[in-house]
Design a protein around this ligand. Structure first.
Ligand SMILES: NC(=O)c1ccc[n+]([C@@H]2O[C@H](COP(=O)([O-])OP(=O)(O)OC[C@H]3O[C@@H](n4cnc5c(N)ncnc54)[C@H](OP(=O)(O)O)[C@@H]3O)[C@@H](O)[C@H]2O)c1
Length: 326
């Protein structure tokens, strides 16, 4: 697969987001199916795997990724995150979001950063994390202080590159002044524009962008008509029965554009993202090898400038109902 640069780190244009492989996220999954999906992703060239200590109970997702790395660790860029899976007895602070009962609990105290990293290394069964992100900024801790503790992990060889997730341009700038940031991971997709100031700052500083939920939590594939029980998207207003129906109607012109190009809506959504900036990569998630193969084929698509203009025009008319996740 074509590669791209996030700062000084080379990764495939499309990686793999492993969150979907833990129970309690998108519905039915078990560890056997999860391993099949991870191997399909790696075999297909998605050798940048994104996980977090907060996906699944007790580091479940990291442990899945760790098992998939056996015998092929050197092929893979392993990215994980910290700050949400707070050790027992430690305080937490509220970070407001548009799902999960409107808040996450965070703790990015520099005092805990090494402990988080050592736990992730154990879960991943590896001796180094290639890209280590702060998952969400902690309103109670200056970001520079967390970044300082992350820089210590690089100095001591536990981590190769540092990243930030869900940050603003100012927060990126502040952390980058402490230690070079390799990548910012924020939500970015056809139905969730990236903050232009963040994009401009990342470009100026030479920081790469990793687009999370690049398929709009599956919506942009055009295949989500209803949600099963236990699907976390029940917490996201864009997926309430009424909003989902109206959003699907409004998205129809973009699905038609994909059909006319002879590609799937998922492929159009991913390819569109890769055309937004040469330093953006996407990390779609899937439990299904056929979907994974379909998605990864999008890395090689080249969209004509006229097509991109038609998409952008269609997106300006695509009014999403139901607010945003963040
Ligand atoms: N930093 C953060 O705060 C943050 C937050 C959220 C997510 N993330 C990262 O972003 C990654 C991806 O996000 P995500 O999983 O939320 O959303 P996503 O990649 O936008 O969508 C995943 C959903 O799309 C479906 N799907 C994928 N390919 C498909 C295809 N070709 N056709 C039909 N359906 C398809 C999957 O179902 P199937 O399993 O049935 O294919 C799954 O339900 C996560 O794994 C995580 O690494 C980061």
């Amino acid at each position: 697969m074509k590669t791209r640069e996030l700062g000084t780190l080379q990764v495939p244009a499309l990686g793999f987001g492993a969150m979907v492989l833990s129970p309690g996220v998108y519905g039915d999954i078990d560890d056997t199916r999860a391993q099949t999906a991870l191997q399909a992703a790696l075999d297909g060239g998605a050798t940048h795997i994104d996980t977090s200590d907060a996906y699944g109970p007790d580091g479940h997702n990291e442990r899945l990724v760790g098992r998939a790395l056996k015998g092929r660790r050197d092929e893979v860029v392993v990215a994980t995150k910290f700050g949400l899976a707070i050790p027992d007895g430690e305080p937490s602070r509220s970070y407001p979001v548009g799902y999960a009962f409107n808040e996450l609990r965070v703790n990015a105290d520099p005092r805990l950063v090494r402990r988080y990293a050592e736990r992730s290394l154990r879960n991943l069964d590896t001796d180094v994390i290639d890209l280590y992100y702060l998952h969400y900024p902690d309103p109670g801790v200056p970001l520079e202080e967390t970044a300082g503790a992350m820089a210590d992990l690089v100095r001591d060889g536990l981590v190769r590159h540092i990243g930030l997730s869900n940050v603003t341009a100012d927060q990126l700038r502040a952390a980058h002044a402490v230690h070079p940031v390799t990548a910012v991971q924020n939500e970015w997709s056809m139905w969730r524009p990236v903050d232009p100031e963040l994009l401009a700052t990342a470009r100026e500083l030479g920081v790469g962008l990793v687009a999370w939920s690049p398929l709009g939590n599956g919506f942009l594939t055009g295949t989500v008509q209803r949600l099963d029980e236990g699907d976390f998207r029940h917490n996201a207003p864009r997926f309430s029965a009424d909003n989902l129906a109206s959003n699907n109607d409004r998205y129809a012109p973009i699905r038609t554009l994909a059909t006319n190009l002879g590609i799937s809506p998922a492929q159009l959504a991913l390819s569109w993202l890769l055309h937004q900036d040469e330093h953006v990569v996407a990390i779609p998630g899937s439990r299904t090898p056929a979907h994974i193969e379909e998605n990864l084929a999008a890395a090689d698509l080249v969209l004509h400038p006229d097509t991109l203009s038609r998409i952008d025009e269609a997106l300006t008319r695509f009014e999403v109902t139901g607010g945003t996740l963040l």
